[in-house]
Design a protein around this ligand. Structure first.
Ligand code: MG
Length: 393
């Protein structure tokens, strides 16, 4: 029996176009290979041990964190994305470890208060290069995590970083070197990254239906107008006419996830069989993505997204939360930018350091880094500590 660690085969029975250690473009700072793990297992493990990962527990997408304990947080969302993405990766014989690493890291750069927080911070950063959460996720793993003696950030493999940077403006891509090149050259990312992006949308569309129903912001009656939901709902009603409403909803949500995963695996299997990419390079140079939904499923998905946008994300109760959240972010940004001495020592040191390097834009970036790293409740608390005169005592 051979137990030599360097002879362990982490490639398994992967497809020729999957990412494997041997073809990785490597890390920014060279390191010896891990003993009993693949390079991408190590990436996944570093992400799990990151402070930004732990903070996902107290960050939200749609609902403010303390609205209720039953709603998804960014942490549970990321775990759900990893679960869905790994199933797809295994079915397509792609690298599950890389897929899991990308899924767990994909939301690390999000501000507190979900999209409202991101929009507010982006507006505050308008004159200083803006704020993109994808770019910030990369910044977290490349720069902001301070844990290792030999390098800044987590020093992840190129392919993991490529997956984390899902979108990027051409303007920003130009400053990013090799990792930004594909947005300029119009190339595709690796398949593990492609599938994780779609697993993200499967996860949030399905769980926003679940959370929206639980919060009483949307109803089954309304959702019956959405074909993707209604088909699953009718199936459940027919098979289990007596089932309680809570269990019916879960049955529908799990079917929603499953039918999208099955469609994605079948469509992608066909696309890959048709184009037969010989290698990862062929995947990157392919004119379009090779992981995709069927046309019908893409349309159904859009209908569900449109429904959620109109009835959930723009619901007045969600809008009230968002409006308050934007105010918190704006006040914090303006307060700290005008007087960085209001910031705790460690964050303040970073402001002075980046200001010395890049002037006002650096000062703004360091303030944005500090705010983006906050959890929902920390941002609310910090806002009180800085602006509420009653906290003087
Ligand atoms: Mg996400």
């Amino acid at each position: 029996m051979n137990t030599q660690p360097h002879e362990l085969d982490f490639g398994g029975n992967l497809a020729p176009y999957a990412v494997v250690d041997a073809i990785s473009r490597g890390r920014r700072f060279e390191e010896p290979s891990p003993s009993y793990r693949s390079e991408f297992q190590r990436d996944r493990d570093r992400i799990i041990h990151a402070a930004a990962f732990r903070r996902l527990e107290y960050k939200t997408q749609v609902f403010v964190n303390h609205e209720g304990d039953l709603f998804r947080t960014r942490l549970t969302h990321s775990i759900e994305v990893a679960q869905i993405a790994r199933s797809i990766a295994r079915a397509l014989r792609l690298n599950e470890d890389l897929t899991e690493a990308v899924a767990l890291a994909h939301d690390l750069g999000h501000t507190p208060f979900g999209h409202a927080g991101q929009d507010a911070l982006n507006a505050c950063m308008h004159d200083f290069g803006g704020f993109e959460h994808n770019l910030q996720s990369l910044r977290v793993v490349d720069e902001l995590e301070e844990k290792y003696a030999d390098f800044p950030g987590l020093n992840l493999c190129f392919e993991t970083r490529e997956g984390i940077l899902k979108h990027c403006s051409v303007k920003n891509a130009a400053d990013l070197g090799d990792i930004g090149a594909r947005f300029i050259d119009k190339q595709q990312p690796n398949l593990e990254a492609q599938l994780t992006d779609l697993a993200d949308s499967i996860a949030y569309n399905s769980h926003d239906v679940d959370d929206g129903l639980r919060a009483g912001l949307i109803s089954i009656d309304q959702l019956q107008g959405v074909p993707l939901f209604n088909e699953q709902y009718e199936d459940v009603r027919r098979l289990y006419p007596e089932l309680s409403s809570r269990r019916s909803i879960h049955e529908v949500v799990r079917r929603l996830i499953n039918c999208q995963v099955v469609d994605l695996v079948q469509t992608s299997t066909q696309l890959l069989a048709d184009s037969q990419p010989a290698s990862l390079d062929a995947v990157r140079q392919h004119p379009g993505p090779l992981i995709a939904f069927s046309d019908t499923m893409r349309e159904r998905n859009l209908e569900l997204k449109r429904f959620l946008r109109t009835h959930l994300y723009r619901h007045y109760r969600v809008h009230r939360m968002s409006a308050k959240a934007e105010q918190v972010i704006r006040n914090l940004f303006n307060g700290f930018f005008e007087d960085p001495r209001l910031m705790p020592d460690e964050a303040q040191q970073k402001v002075w350091a980046l200001k010395a390097e890049q002037g006002e834009a650096g000062q703004a970036r360091a303030v944005a880094d500090y705010i983006a790293g906050m959890t929902d409740r920390y941002a609310i608390k910090e806002h009180q500590r800085v602006f509420n005169p009653e906290e003087l005592t």
